[in-house]
Design a protein around this ligand. Structure first.
Ligand code: ADP
Length: 225
């Protein structure tokens, strides 16, 4: 579902953010990308969403070779990828409902269908009662849940998240990570960048460990009974 083959990324500044990175994530698999600040985690996620392109190597997402994806093909690629950021990036002058509806409106989904799907997404993240609220009236954890509802409302096969718990306390962080695991349960491929090793360990998922842009470990937990 996501494949990196000998991918390197050097920024115009000369900084090598990723070096000779290869890994594969199957459909329906969940993994974390761990590593120190500056290890290359964000860069890796940005290449998946074509927010940037590699200097060398090949990235394949949903069977699509991104090296052959032209600029006009990017919106279609992104429809297949839900994205969650640390700073949820909600529109503060719109309601919770409107924020979550945004990807569907852009995709031209019919009105009644939008209502149904937005409520289903809000229900999944436990915020059905807050659809009319303004994001500012929600707690940080709830705002992040709205960001997650927006990411999954169009049922993308791939969900990527960059430090989604960076602004949350340990308990809320654990709840948000559990939510990502739930999406994996229903078949979504999930890749989450985080530097919170203690939290990652408790999730018992695969962990790709980056160090200065190199993959230094690909840890797979033993199957649990
Ligand atoms: P992480 O997400 O693990 O903190 P990043 O992918 O953000 O790591 O950064 C990896 C390396 O690339 C760092 O050394 C960072 O300074 C550098 N970097 C990231 N983005 C850019 C950019 N737009 N221009 C130049 N260097 C960058």
């Amino acid at each position: 579902m996501i494949r990196f083959e000998q991918v390197s990324k050097r920024y115009p500044s000369g900084q090598e953010a990723l070096g000779d990175l290869s890994f594969e994530l199957d459909a329906g698999e969940m993994a974390f990308v761990a590593g120190h600040s500056g290890a290359g985690k964000s860069t890796l996620l940005r290449l998946i969403a074509l927010m940037d392109r590699p200097t060398r190597g090949q990235v394949t997402v949903n069977g699509q070779n991104l090296g052959q994806t032209k600029r006009r093909g990017i919106p279609q690629l992104r429809r297949g990828i839900g994205m969650v950021f640390q700073d949820h990036r909600l529109l503060m002058d719109r309601s919770v409902f409107d924020n979550v509806a945004l990807p569907l409106r852009i995709a031209g989904v019919a009105r009644e269908e939008i209502g149904k799907r937005v409520r289903a997404a809000l229900d999944k993240v436990g915020l059905l009662a807050r659809e009319a609220s303004a994001p500012v009236t929600l707690s940080t954890g709830e705002q992040q849940r709205v960001g997650i509802a927006r990411a999954i409302v169009a049922k993308p096969p791939v969900l990527i998240a960059d430090e989604p718990t960076g602004n949350l306390d340990p308990m809320l962080s654990a709840e948000i990570m559990a939510l990502f695991a739930e999406f994996q349960q229903v078949g979504t491929t999930v890749l989450v960048a985080s530097h919170d090793l203690a939290l990652i360990k408790r999730m018992h998922k695969r962990v790709l460990v980056l160090d200065h842009g190199r993959l230094i470990d690909d840890f797979r937990p033993a199957a649990r009974a």
